[in-house]
Write a protein that binds this ligand. Structure first.
Ligand code: 2BA
Length: 108
């Protein structure tokens, strides 16, 4: 068995979860926060047998879009630690996906 960990944008999570459950995949949704943007995103856990990795990744690709966002993250150091917002264009991916081997899977 494999564990697919997919970090997706909040806007894409609902349709992806619906698609996964429609296709009879079990999915767990975790609320997460990106370290760089410090903005909310969604982490999904999907446990599947090896032959289902491609279909699940295909569903992730279908539902998750790359978006360009403008953020103001950078601080310009000034006397007194003044914060000056500096616009920054960031391309946030459709999804970041990790696929891990599962040593044991037990349902009780
Ligand atoms: P964030 O860390 O908030 O990153 C959002 C986007 O900011 C990233 O999109 C990337 O385009 C940009 N970015 C991140 N770190 C950067 C840096 N040090 N310098 C310049 N730009 C940077 P994605 O790569 O699509 O990542 C989306 C979210 O997926 C990330 O949110 C993070 O929560 C997660 N993620 C991505 N790669 C990861 C990894 N290797 N390990 C764990 N989580 C990861």
């Amino acid at each position: 068995m494999k564990l697919i960990i997919a970090i997706v944008q909040d806007q894409d999570a609902a349709s992806l979860i619906e698609d996964l459950t429609d296709h009879k995949y079990r999915v767990t949704k975790l609320t997460s926060t990106g370290g760089f943007l410090k903005a909310g995103n969604t982490t999904l856990l999907v446990g599947v047998e090896e032959e289902h990795i491609k279909p699940v990744v295909d569903l992730i690709e279908t539902n998750c879009k790359t978006r360009e966002i403008t953020t103001s993250l950078l601080t310009v150091t000034m006397p007194g630690d003044t914060y000056i917002p500096y616009p920054l264009e960031v391309k946030v991916g459709g999804a970041t996906v990790f696929i891990l081997d599962v040593e044991r899977h037990i349902r009780i």
